[in-house]
Design a protein. Structure first.
Length: 80
């Protein structure tokens, strides 16, 4: 019924069933890699609109949400 492969783990199956994230993840896994750019533009636009509406708290919460990602990238870079 669905196009989720049998070899996908439970975490990947859950991600592929989420409406917007699943669509982007499926495109990244099985072809059309240009859709990630549309997703990044949507995220940037959403961030700008949040900053315009809520000001500095929206910017601070966004930066706080990026801390684990940046820490992971720093660890990945220093491991070699």
């Amino acid at each position: 019924m669905t196009d989720i492969p049998d070899h996908a783990g439970p975490g990947l199956r859950f991600l592929l069933r989420v409406p917007v994230l699943g669509w982007i993840a499926r495109d990244l896994l099985y072809g059309a890699r240009d859709n990630i750019y549309y997703f990044l533009v949507i995220l940037l636009t959403m961030e700008i609109l949040l900053i315009m509406a809520y000001g500095l708290p929206a910017l601070a919460l966004s930066a706080l949400a990026l801390v684990p990602i940046v820490m992971g990238l720093l660890i990945a870079v220093t491991r070699g």
